[in-house]
Design a protein around this ligand. Sequence first.
Ligand code: MOS
Length: 708
Amino acid sequence: MSPDRITAAVGEPRPRVEGRLKVTGSAHYVADTPVAHLAHGWMVTATVSRGRIRDIDAEDALAMPGVLGVLDHRNARRLNPDVSHHFGPDRSLPMLQDETVAYAGRPIALVVAETLEQARAAATALRVTYHTEPHDTGFSMNHPAARPASTLFGPEADTGDLEAELAASTVVVDEVYHTPEESHSAMEPHVATAWWQDGHLHALDSNQGPFGISQVMASLFRIDPERVHIRAEHVGGGFGSKTVCGAQIILAAMAAEHFQRPVRVALTRRQVFLATGSRPPTEQRVRIGADTDGRLRAIHHHAAFALSPLAEYIEWCTEQARTLYAAPAIRTELSAVPLDVLPPCSMRGPGAAPGSFAFESAIDEVAERLQLDPLHLRLSNQPAVSPVSGRPFSTRRLVECLEEGARRFGWAGRDPRPRLRREGNLLVGTGVAAVAFIAGAFPSSATITAETDGTFSVRIGATDIGTGARTALIAVAADALGVGTEQITMHIGDSDLGLAAGAGGSRGTTSCAFAITETAKALREKLAGSARPVTASVDTTPLINWQPDEERYTYSAVFAEVTVDPATGEVRVRRLLGMFAVGRVINPLLARSQLVGGMIGGLSMALHEESVRDPVTGRLVTADFAGYHISAHADVPDVEADFVTDYEPQDPSGFNGLGEIGNAGTAAAIANAVWHATGTRHRTLPISLGRAIEPAPARDRPEAVGVA
Ligand code: MOS
């Protein structure tokens, strides 16, 4: 090794190292990985939203060819009822424990057979009957069960005299916004293969962080975490739905133990919709007061979201209000409404995406009432320090994002008045939104060995869910060791590699890069004067500063141009531009790809995605891609993402995460552009055809969404 050699893998646009494997079908995902003597489990889910199982009559199913048995609450092993995950206690994880049904889609049985087809056929022969109880799936902010949300991410904001500042304001916007339940819809459905050997649980599982999942599985099955070995080599997306321990691995592990052989549980697309988490619906009231010249005086953001009483969760919608703009009074409130629904989990910019839609729409409404340029309004209310905590920002390049984005987009000369631009039959409008996304690093550990052949083996329990994390971490390791990327062998995706952040919270790569950088430093010290092989390990847990002096965020400005056909209500996004301040960029090719993907997710949120529950049954009626619309190629216009120069001082290499910020600001920018095109303000997502020109107020109510 030549420590002084200058390498610059970081900053280079390099394609994914596993790209060839993926496009040739040689990259083995969980369901592709052969396992000897494998049996197949078919998950059966509850069809009622609340009640108790009266009976599961398995007589016919058990007589069918190849059937090994049926696992349900009567014969399943007992699991630890007191399990927690990242957000807190989660009583949805112990499955098949009793006859209660807490939501439609709850796994209630697993039919196990020699082949997948036999298991599926037998599952259709199960006769399940229920004692049905009245359910409540009707979400609203004023629901009597509403309670303060968890404050895991810190207390909500309350600075200044809110009511006095509102009273002194020239203009007060006071509006309510709605976003629907949404489904993650990752390309690879959830699937796991599990087997037991000598008291150890082994599993291949499609997830976003094998180490974290291994800890939950150990707790559920009450075994030493050292005895749980989970691998996730290649994962076909997750969007947050694979950050939690999934039904597939819990049921596969239970069945593998029960039937004493390896069992695979692969969910169907429909089961993914019904049983693997969702973004909860939100209702958000935003009040903003401003002076005539556009100076903000008061910001009040109260958001509510639905959850299940089984599992703690936070949809942290109030983040934008506390950091984007300066105002003498800022108050945020967050409410959780427990309902008989599938427990929600993080999805694509959780909290930030629906929160930004409400908050950045409201900011646009302030500009509208004052007849100011919405870009100017945003630029002229930038805080020098955090408007709530008073702490400085570690880096804040939002102004650069707004100004450079405006220049490239051609914002100058835009008439702020709505419904003025026409091209043929079409109304044309442009909109902008700013967004901040909290950044940081989670504890992780890495091990690096300097091998005798001069190469370096890097071991870290990182997960690559398709973003290119593996490729990015190779570049980080090469630079930290002062060698070329061809000298790095990267091992990821295995819980045996130790504590590591999952691919979630926009922190997977930042956290693992931090651990690799610190380990490389330690190895270089050890290597001086030692014969190879030499190994160093570092766990960053003691190095993570949870209360730094400065607030750490990434930033973006998103610009959108839309056309609206006033005859049909069809909204088409014509151009999207996102400018991003995300620290030092490890791989601009992969980073741009991820941000463009995130922006397309935001487009999809703005115009298409909506999970609909039948209010009578509480069941999801959009549990397939015919009913649940996602932006397709024909919906996706010219999308561009680029970076402003940035460096994060809290990271030893200047990095920040960029997994979710591409998603977070896009829906608001599109909604603001639709207002500019049409003069109609859309406060309910998605802006589907029926809502696009003159939304009827009655149809905007979430409880009536089923007939929309
Ligand atoms: Mo992300 S929604 O934390 O996977």
